[in-house]
Design a protein around this ligand. Structure first.
Ligand code: PEP
Length: 250
């Protein structure tokens, strides 16, 4: 009942011709992922050219960040209305690189989430624990705190448009993937939190993606878990073959 979402986070990679080629290659083979929603999230500067390369293929367009104010004196930032103007449908928020390298807090992520929802952009809100937090047995506490903080004041109507991504920080770009049990445990916990905050029917509609070293050879196992509704993919999303192989496993 939940359509799997396979989202590629290109991070700060590609250039003009690389972005165009990658988007075109994915768009031309989008039919291979029938029953799965495909999404690419290129760097902001390439959003327009990626949108044009996708054309009318069934591939969504996402951004990697947004600033929560409508417009004004915020040098270097990009607003929700600018993203909407470019045809962007989704925005990744609270990625661990933004939390840990750029110092974003749950409060920042929450402001961005509420601004995105107000503009009818669908947020993909990332949560995930550090290795030391997992080793200290604090995973569930950290995820709960990030869930509460990042999704504060999101209404029942708005949460339906929201996607959550569980990305253990120790698994991102490291080649260390969470076991299916580790992933499913956190995903089930997130679904329980959605049930407590909203209700079971709403919780059953929300997609919870896994992210962290997803590759074609581990995707099938992860995506077969009952509460894993897709993947947020970094490294492997930069090769059309790998990205589409992961989507085919969904
Ligand atoms: C990510 O950056 O969201 C990610 C999951 O990266 P990777 O797939 O490279 O671990």
């Amino acid at each position: 009942m939940r359509t799997p979402l396979i989202a590629g986070n290109w991070k700060m990679n590609t250039d003009t011709s690389g972005a165009r080629q990658l988007a075109s290659a994915i768009a031309s083979r989008a039919g291979e992922a029938e029953g799965t929603e495909l999404l690419v999230c290129p760097p902001t500067v390439y959003l327009s050219l990626v949108r044009d390369a996708i054309g009318d293929a069934a591939v969504g367009l996402g951004a990697q960040n947004v600033y929560p104010e409508a417009n004004g004196a915020f040098t270097g930032e990009t607003s929700t209305s600018m993203l909407c103007d470019l045809g962007v449908q989704y925005v990744i928020l609270g990625h661990s690189e933004r939390r840990h390298i750029l110092g974003e807090t749950d409060q920042d992520v929450n402001k961005k989430t509420l601004a995105a929802l107000k503009a009818e952009l669908r947020p993909i809100v990332c949560v995930g624990e550090l290795l030391e937090e997992r080793e200290a047995g604090k995973t569930s506490e950290v995820i709960r705190r990030q869930f509460e903080g990042s999704l504060a004041n999101v209404s029942a109507e708005q949460i339906i448009s929201t996607v959550i991504a569980y990305e253990p920080v120790w698994a991102i770009g490291t080649g260390k993937v969470a076991t299916t049990e580790q992933a499913e445990e956190v995903h089930a916990d997130l679904r329980n939190q959605l049930t407590s905050r909203y209700n079971a029917e709403i919780a059953s509609k929300i997609r919870i993606l896994y992210g962290g070293s997803v590759k074609p050879d581990n995707a099938e196992q992860l995506l077969s878990q009952p509460n894993v509704d897709g993947a947020l993919i970094g490294g492997a999303s930069l090769k059309a073959d790998d990205f589409l192989a992961i989507a085919a496993a969904g």
